[in-house]
Unconditional design. Structure first.
Ligand code: GDP
Ligand code: MN
Length: 381
């Protein structure tokens, strides 16, 4: 689960990392009143899960009421790299002399968490890592001991951070590591960590991604989930318990099992189609899950055709087929053509049961995907 900037900042701030005064706002009026309360200048920042919001026009500084209105009007409702912005964070603008980067993530190659510091903050850190890897100081941490204070100081020293703020930056890094561990995070990051005129450090941005499978241990963060869902479909997926990723094509894809769905995505691409989503309904395919999955995919306006790729394992093919029939028969209309490919246990029985008035049945995955891509092309034409 990815937290929004404002949510991550709450968590960081509770742990003692300095963050600017801030208020979440959903309308121009709310932005202005937040700005008046906080005091100008303020930064108005789009709350969507995309990087590089600054360059894309999702962050604006405002010196007065008029500028705050302008910023709110231009950012609220905007489309930022495919995401609709309906909330902004209004925060006290930071007057900075330096922008640093601090982050903690898992280094899978080393099999250990790694804490990182760079003096080249404020820009895309992946680019820094590629072009100038030495500009990022790294310390691997033994999770049994946690990060030793000397390690934090060494990373800060190696990154060439100004001595006046070195202790504070080391403190932030230590807190960030502790949060990373205690919150079961996959990534914790501050970019930029701003250094002010009077040598204070402030987290101007915040990233915290928490392992979904550990959410049950963090009810406070799990509670933020619904709010963090980017759009209605993602909220629906959470509600139904599906693994769902929205993509930008027009071929809806449903399957049981992540590998199976990924393969289907690849094949759709291979046959010249464009996947609209990844949707894994997991084990079993009872009518209710099938109905929910179709409901989600049909609700996506971009979808022109759907392919259902089911592999019968413990859930037998005939059961799945009954589930699909029941789901489709309960619908008033089937708005987009659906192709079903059924393999595995009792696949043949399943294919015989499927109601071919409602779905197109194909025996092989290749045929199913090709037919779906053709369906999508026809609808589009
Ligand atoms: P991102 O581009 O989505 O990562 O958004 P950030 O929050 O990291 O902001 C990007 C850039 O906007 C920063 O590196 C700053 O240069 C600028 N910025 C953000 N907040 C402030 C602020 O409070 N004051 C000033 N002067 N610049 C800011
Ligand atoms: Mn940033």
């Amino acid at each position: 689960m990815k937290l929004h900037e404002y949510q991550a900042k709450e968590v960081f701030s509770d742990a003692g990392i300095p963050t600017p005064d801030a208020t979440l706002a959903e309308s121009v009026d709310e932005v202005v009143s937040a700005a008046e309360d906080i005091g100008y200048p303020v930064a108005v920042k789009a709350q969507v899960h995309v990087g590089g919001r600054g360059k894309a026009g999702g962050i604006k500084l405002a010196e007065d009421r008029e500028e705050a209105e302008d910023a709110a009007e231009s950012i609220l409702g905007m489309d930022l790299k495919g995401y609709h912005v309906d909330r902004v964070l209004v925060e006290a603008a930071v007057d900075f002399t330096d922008e640093l980067y601090v982050g903690v993530t898992m280094d899978r190659g080393e099999g250990k968490p790694v804490a990182m510091v760079s003096s080249k903050g404020g820009v895309n850190i992946e680019e820094v890592a590629e072009e100038d890897p030495d500009a990022i100081a790294r310390e691997h941490v033994d999770p049994a001991f946690g990060m030793h204070p000397y390690q934090a100081r060494k990373a800060v020293y190696d990154a060439g951070v100004d001595r006046a703020v070195a202790n504070d930056v080391a403190g932030v890094l230590t807190t960030l590591y502790d949060l990373w561990e205690s919150k079961d995070a996959s990534d914790a990051e501050i970019n930029p960590l701003m250094v002010t005129d009077d040598d204070e450090v402030v987290a101007a941005d915040a990233v915290l991604n928490v392992d979904d499978d550990a959410l049950f241990r963090h009810p406070d963060i799990a509670e933020m989930e619904e709010e963090a869902a980017e759009d209605d479909l993602e909220a629906k997926a959470n509600e139904y318990g599906f693994d769902y990723v929205r993509l930008d094509g027009n071929v809806g894809i449903i399957g049981n099992g992540a590998g199976l769905v990924m393969t289907t995505l690849d094949l759709v691409d291979h046959y010249g189609g464009d996947p609209a989503n990844f949707l894994d309904i997991g084990g079993g395919a009872k009518a209710e899950r099938v109905t929910n999955a179709l409901d989600m995919v049909f609700a996506d306006e971009n979808v022109d055709a759907v392919v259902f790729n089911i592999f019968g394992g413990i859930t037998r093919g005939d059961e799945v087929a009954r589930g699909i029939n029941e789901a489709l028969e309960s619908m008033d209309e089937i708005p987009k053509p659906v192709v079903v490919r059924l393999a595995g246990t009792n696949a043949e029985e399943g294919r015989e049961i499927l109601n071919t008035d409602l779905v197109q049945v194909e025996e092989t995955l290749e045929d199913a995907v090709q037919r779906t891509v053709e369906n999508a092309e026809e609808v589009e034409a």
